[in-house]
Design a protein around this ligand. Structure first.
Ligand code: LIP
Length: 271
């Protein structure tokens, strides 16, 4: 894949992210039409759907052979080697509904099943995180770097409870939470896997993990973390399968390994 080709997709992706940001901002303080999905806490608004439609209509018009995988699409094609746009129109929908401004549009582009572009835009706080494979990671065009913390006793860690309301899953998540809370400076749950990854990429936090997420929550963020010098892996070690509904991220491999040793995996059905 040539650098020029990636640059062209990136410019287009940036345009789509900024236009999506305008749609999000416009709706942020207004009353929203809310529907539930799997549970009463798994939410979607008309704005999620409108943004995803806007993004995919534009991509399909411009690149007829590209594949689109999105959170709000009724039909999702399998992830393959074609150029693929992996989109979460609003990551942090619950925050969006509650007017808590930690939510963002997340656009990842893969080729040969490798993420080559990551764009995450939070228009409420005017934070634009970007990465192109091999070219570093940026926040509002300023280069960002993950933290150098190796000692869990000095780490701030991100994880989430998620929107599934099954007792045994929540119990397991809280057990992991407690184990890490005892060992670290603190745990933060801000409601968006995409923005948690951006926080780790920019050194605002040192590590994070989540079970139950989907490929659209993390596609853009995993590239932003690795381009910022951080580590992405399976929570039990080894390469991360983006369809496996989990991730572990950290500024350093040492911290990633320590977090991994302290968490018990929670099994979700693959995407
Ligand atoms: C959210 C994730 C978050 C997770 C929530 C939800 P959404 O994505 O980013 O990490 O804990 O349950 O899946 O649904 O707001 O796009």
């Amino acid at each position: 894949m040539s650098k020029d080709q990636i640059d062209e997709w990136y410019t287009f992706g940036l345009h789509l992210a900024k236009e999506s940001g305008k749609m999000m901002l416009d709706a942020f303080h207004k009353e929203k039409t809310i529907n539930t999905k799997q549970t009463f806490a798994d939410l979607v608004t008309e704005t999620d759907k409108a943004i995803e439609k806007f993004i995919f209509d534009n991509i399909r018009q411009k690149y007829k052979d590209h594949v689109c995988i999105g959170e709000e699409s009724e039909e999702r094609p399998p992830w393959n080697n074609s150029p693929t746009w992996i989109v979460d129109p609003i990551d942090g929908t619950t925050n969006f509904i509650h007017q808590f401004p930690n939510c963002a549009v997340s656009i990842g582009v893969s080729y040969d099943k490798k993420i080559v572009i990551g764009i995450i835009y939070n228009p409420m706080q005017n934070l634009l995180y970007t990465a192109k494979k091999g070219q570093g990671a940026f926040c509002n065009q300023k280069k960002i770097f993950s933290s150098k913390v190796t000692d869990i006793g000095k780490a701030l860690i991100f994880t989430e409870v998620g929107s599934l309301r099954k007792e045994n899953i929540i119990d397991k998540k809280l057990e992991n939470y407690a184990r890490l809370a005892r060992a670290s400076h603190g745990i933060r749950s801000m409601g968006s896997a995409a923005l948690n990854l951006c926080a780790i990429a920019s050194g605002q936090g040192d590590g994070g993990f989540e079970f139950g997420i989907h490929i659209w929550d993390i596609a853009a963020g995993v590239l932003i973390v690795t381009e910022a010098g951080g580590v992405i892996m399976d929570p039990k070690g080894g390469d991360l399968d983006l369809l496996s509904r989990k991730f572990l991220a950290a500024g350093t491999k040492e911290l990633a390994d320590t977090i991994s040793s302290k968490i018990t995996p929670i099994q979700f059905e693959s995407d």
